[in-house]
Design a protein around this ligand. Structure first.
Ligand code: BGC
Length: 345
């Protein structure tokens, strides 16, 4: 089946175009300080090009990020998974949710125009147990926020950790890298990882390292300048780290603020998840020409993948991602754009 594209628009003119292939965001148009729309996500002319280019802007499941040890054990049964990335299972397996054709409908939601994506992942899909029904709703709120509500139910005990892999660059196609952006991540701890980005199980303070983004920090300084240290050199020369959020209460909590002063665009990430993977597109390659007419080099954009910690099924100290029959998996993340005088709210 060929993928189809769907577009919704809010009153401020903000719009999102989404493919039935993987729920891939093909464009996200957001006004700048002069009200001029710009596309704030990287992308390629065809949705089918996104998987091979870092899972660009796709829905990720059943389990985002990495699972080590060739699988996981649940209730005494070992479930083997394909090691589709180096020595681990990454982003749902060989054919994860980003490569599935989802059922899609658009509707007028209570909070704004919405796109509903649904998928039935059969028992045994990519090695995971249980028939898993997944529903994801993208809503464009009137205050210029892109809200994602995830829901899933299963008929057997299983594991679930869904996320979205959007690559943001708030310049709207003008800047070829993240210089010009400032980032703040509300996390005073991160999960240490070993070779292959597999967590050691330790949760360490960011204080005193280049990973400390608790104050607005220039991406340029981190990626190219003074702030670069061993942590940033290790993995592709940029951020690819799971931050444990400092949340005050359950529910939605502010995780990230990204600012691009030149355009006047600012994006806040709010989430119900405990963690966010900050990934500065370290492994992008310019081999394929993107939708702005040029190929994307490393650090062309940044992902804020809200999630439970990587390798949770194999890490006893991390919060569980187990889902049982009768339970409902729910997760919400909001990418809220704040453009002075243009967006209501
Ligand atoms: C991972 C990176 C990986 C990228 C694209 C991120 O979530 O943390 O290590 O290269 O996704 O696959």
């Amino acid at each position: 089946m060929n993928p189809k594209s769907y577009t919704i628009r809010n009153k401020a003119g903000m719009s999102i175009t989404v493919s039935s292939l993987g729920g891939i965001v093909q464009s996200l148009l957001v006004p700048d300080r002069n009200g001029k729309l710009g596309d704030v996500v990287l992308g390629y002319p065809k949705a089918t090009q996104h998987h091979d280019n870092g899972y660009m802007n796709a829905l990720i499941g059943r389990v985002g990020n990495r699972i080590s040890k060739g699988g996981f054990t649940l209730d005494g049964t070992f479930y083997p998974l394909a090691n589709n990335s180096k020595d681990c299972a990454l982003h749902g397996g060989e054919i994860g949710f980003d490569q599935k054709i989802w059922d899609v409908r658009t509707f007028a939601g209570a909070d704004g125009p919405s796109i509903e994506l649904t998928l039935l992942s059969p028992d045994g899909d990519e090695g995971y147990p249980g028939n898993l029904f997944v529903r994801v709703v993208y809503t464009l709120m009137e205050d210029c926020a892109w809200r994602i509500d995830y829901m899933a139910v299963t008929d057997k005990p299983t594991v679930v950790n869904l996320t979205q892999h959007a690559y943001f660059n708030l310049s709207g196609g003008k800047d070829k890298d993240l210089c010009g952006h400032y980032v703040q991540v509300n996390a005073s701890r991160f999960t240490e990882h070993l070779k292959g980005n597999i967590p050691s199980g330790k949760v360490l303070p960011v204080e005193g390292t280049s990973l400390d983004l608790r104050q607005p920090t220039s991406f340029c300084e981190c990626l190219h300048g003074a702030k670069k240290d061993a942590y940033l050199k290790k993995v592709g020369g940029g951020f690819d780290h799971n931050y444990v959020l400092d949340r005050i209460a359950p529910g939605l909590s502010q995780a990230v603020v990204l600012e691009h002063p030149e355009s006047g665009r600012q994006m806040e990430v709010w989430t119900t998840e405990p963690c966010v993977q900050v990934y500065t597109a370290n492994f992008l390659s310019p081999k394929d020409k993107g939708k702005f007419g040029y190929g994307f080099d490393p650090h062309a954009g940044v992902c804020f993948e809200t999630q439970h910690a990587p390798d949770s099924p194999n890490q006893v100290g991390f919060p569980s991602i187990r889902l049982d029959p009768g339970q409902v998996y729910r997760s919400t993340t909001i990418y809220a754009f704040d453009v002075v005088d243009v967006c209501e709210g």
